[in-house]
Write a protein that binds this ligand. Structure first.
Ligand code: ZN
Ligand code: ZN
Length: 410
């Protein structure tokens, strides 16, 4: 079977003659600097994982920022999207934009630096108040929305320990000795969340079986044969995709550099409908990674995943063709897309493996900070693995022989 010809046409180019995306303002009410408790004015604010709300560690008052779907109408009008709509926090990164920013402390007047490469908060070393960056600057540090952690660290530790326990037999002895799931860290990783309004058009051929029978080909052997009708098959339909999440960190996207990309993709999906408008206080006590890719960098990935979704949708209508359908032509016409940037919560356990040749490799076990889904890579003890696969192969040959012998008798 040959690869079908795939063609994608982007109508947004026609509709937006000047190529300018429509911008969805998501930081209209955001303010940088002192971010105070609405009740007592303290700046010691952090996420309470148990309630999913921000909590003032001074007066214990709790509140949360608005749901992002509701605030920005993100769950509406996907079928009406035309061209490209982008959250203001998803704008292209300006290469010259400062990563280290200076803010004036509103309490004492000192000049405080926030290094946005690793976070969007800093404590004033003079008056100990906390300063937050919530306004968006074109360096990718402040997203349109955030999905706060809801899985407590203890649960993540249990998930990681269980994941490693199941792979204990194959794990490198050094890894087993040094394994300490308490070393898990909470990190907000940058993603783009995309809604797609598209039209799919597939054509090809499908086979429907009409008869199955046995034919004697010689005195002691017979063959099973099939009759089938061949049809021209076409599917033409609108596709509406909600909340396609793509990692927007260059390093995590790089397939070659590490195993982290597969690990991070495997713990999806996230319940994005529960994301809230951004506030740096949700990140207090966690680490975060800055977005360093733009919409144009990620568009090919989103196109490919959208086509997969369409193909899957078409497949569910092909039951009649019990001997399969081969698409000769696949076309996904993108009418509109909406992109918003988000920080999504991941618990991470990492392990540096020193190899014999001096190279070092980092292994990760990652846990979805909402659902508890776990995936990871564990350094393997090769001699033990080889021995086991050799044993399996021998067993496989024995089983195979028994089946063949039975076939001859029948
Ligand atoms: Zn308070
Ligand atoms: Zn100060």
């Amino acid at each position: 079977m040959t690869e079908p010809a795939t063609e994608r046409r982007d109508e947004s180019d026609d509709r937006q003659a000047d190529g300018t995306p429509q911008v969805l303002r998501t930081d209209a009410d955001a303010a940088s600097g002192l971010s105070k408790c609405p009740r007592c004015g303290a700046t010691q604010i952090a996420l309470n994982i148990g309630s999913g709300m921000l909590r003032c560690s001074f007066c214990r008052d709790e509140w949360s920022t608005p749901n992002a779907n509701e605030a920005f109408a993100l769950d509406q009008g996907v079928d009406q999207l035309t061209g490209v709509t982008m959250g203001s926090g998803s704008a292209d990164i300006v290469p010259s934009a400062e990563v280290v920013l200076t803010f004036k402390c509103g309490a004492c007047g000192a000049e405080i630096v926030i290094d946005t490469a690793s976070g969007t908060q800093a404590r004033c070393h003079w008056c100990r108040n906390k300063l937050s960056m919530n306004e968006q600057v074109p360096n990718g540090a402040v997203p349109d929305m955030v999905l706060p952690f809801s899985l407590p660290k203890e649960r993540a530790v249990e998930q990681i320990a269980q994941f490693v326990r199941k792979r204990r037999f194959f794990a490198h002895p050094r890894f087993r000795e040094e394994f300490n799931p308490e070393n898990v860290l909470g990190a907000y990783l940058p993603y783009m969340v995309v809604d797609v309004n598209a039209h799919a058009s597939f054509t090809g051929q499908g086979e429907h079986q009409t008869r199955r029978y046995s034919v004697k080909v010689s005195d002691d052997r017979s063959e099973t044969r099939y009759d089938a009708d061949l049809y021209d098959v076409g599917r033409d339909f609108d596709v509406e995709i909600h909340d396609l999440a793509v990692v927007s960190s260059r390093e995590r996207l790089d397939q070659r550099s590490s195993t982290s990309n597969n690990v991070i993709n495997a713990i999806r999906p996230f319940d994005l409908e529960n994301a809230v408008t951004y506030d740096s206080n949700y990140l207090a006590g966690f680490t975060s990674e800055r977005r360093d890719t733009n919409v144009a960098d990620l568009a090919p990935i989103v196109d490919a995943q959208s086509t997969d979704v369409a193909r899957h949708a078409a497949h569910s209508t092909l039951g009649f063709y019990d001997r399969g359908v081969r698409w000769d032509h696949e076309q996904l016409t993108v009418k509109g897309q909406r992109w918003v940037s988000a920080y999504l919560p991941v618990w991470l356990y990492s392990y540096h493996q020193e190899k014999k040749d001096g190279r070092s490799m980092v292994h990760y076990v990652a846990v979805n900070g909402r659902t508890g889904s776990v995936m990871g890579s564990v350094p393997i003890n090769y001699p033990r693995l080889l021995l086991t696969s050799a044993a399996v192969e021998v067993a496989g040959i024995v089983v195979g022989t028994i089946i063949l012998a039975l076939g001859a008798i029948l």
